[in-house]
Design a protein around this ligand. Sequence first.
Ligand SMILES: NC(=O)c1ccc[n+]([C@@H]2O[C@H](COP(=O)([O-])OP(=O)(O)OC[C@H]3O[C@@H](n4cnc5c(N)ncnc54)[C@H](O)[C@@H]3O)[C@@H](O)[C@H]2O)c1
Ligand SMILES: [Zn+2]
Ligand SMILES: [Zn+2]
Length: 415
Amino acid sequence: MHKMHKSFRTLVHNDHFLKLLNNQKSRFLRPELYSTSAHAGRAIISKAAVAWEAGKPLVIEKVEVAPPQASEVRVQIKYTSLCHTDVYFWEAKGQTPLFPRIFGHEAAGVVESVGECVKNLKPGDHVLPVFTGECGDCPHCKSEESNMCELLRINCDRGVMIGDGKARFSQNGTPINHFLGTSTFSEYTVIHEGCLAKIDPKAPLDKVCILSCGVSTGLGATLNVAKPKKGSSVAIFGLGAVGLAAAEGAGISGASRIIGVDLNPNRFEQAKNFGANEFVNPKDHNKPVQEVIAEMTDGGVDRSLECTGNINSMISAFECVHDGWGVAVLVGVPTKDAIFKTNPMKVLDERTLKGTFFGNYKPRSDLPSLVDMYMNKKLEVEKFITHRLPFSEINRAFDLMLKGESLRCIISMEE
Ligand SMILES: NC(=O)c1ccc[n+]([C@@H]2O[C@H](COP(=O)([O-])OP(=O)(O)OC[C@H]3O[C@@H](n4cnc5c(N)ncnc54)[C@H](O)[C@@H]3O)[C@@H](O)[C@H]2O)c1
Ligand SMILES: [Zn+2]
Ligand SMILES: [Zn+2]
């Protein structure tokens, strides 16, 4: 598998090389292609929220953002929000610590300039960055069933660009690590073209930015992976933005019982607006929550979605589905060393365990249509937005998420 990955990359690089030459030729004939932004081809000084150490407040600093290289795009981020995955890797409790680092992956922006070989984007295009990409050429991108692109799939531990293994961010010559290939806590960032979805320029970036991770992930986890039937029962573990989007998906599918599970009782009232109609707080019971749910549902729910990242919650989410047909979908990101432990009889009894990144959506192919659904009023995103803050107060967004007070907090880069 590893070997295949390597040879695929080599192929991609050779291909890039040829395209690079062709591109240079055509630019020679069409000089207008050079006219991008005033900074095209040069480094930009950008304000960025740098995480110097695990768990320490981010510091807004001036950093240098190098120009985009082959297949890369430099994006001016207009709005970013905070997803729990940023918090986990910033805390680095049970995740690989990699510092200094610029976090952020849920965002919206405008293309500032493009590197060689970039085919599908040009300066001025409105884009949503996605933590997992779509090269369009690999077996996963060609498969209808997978969004796990061979080249650009999520890699939480990489802090550099895949093209040349270097960071595009630096300060006084010291490189600063990227995060998830997106690093959106910066006015300017460099992203591989395959991790950018081009969207309707009329879409309000301060709203659709949350489609670039949490909301699409939760929605897709239900609609594309769990696929509950009309009239069925669905349990959602974790009622943050991801879980609530999963609940919304259950409602769209016609599920009749949508059981929200959370340790934070303040979430329950809010979750009613997303279709959840029954609630369980594991703290209120002196037996495992899977038993509580099995009793409530005559043997188990038809589908469950795990959206907390807690390993015990993942096991409960699996064990609470009905034997014979139940399907559990893991969405929450576990710690690096987590081990999923269950009695294999639970599986033999015809329960299915699945997992998903980005709700199985292919970022470049599918995200523009989610934005269109929002524009056509078929999908609501405003109700996920509980807070707004200027970039200078980004650390408050971390506090709000850690205290369980926010769903999504939109951070405006220009304030
Ligand atoms: N698979 C993917 O593609 C993907 C994408 C985005 C986010 N995620 C992951 O999804 C998860 C949710 O993200 P979010 O931004 O909605 O987070 P969040 O912090 O807003 O919400 C998490 C919710 O889970 C609850 N919770 C925590 N531990 C619990 C437990 N043991 N039992 C019951 N409830 C518990 C919290 O009270 C909170 O309401 C995170 O693990 C995040 O990393 C995965
Ligand atoms: Zn996310
Ligand atoms: Zn691919």
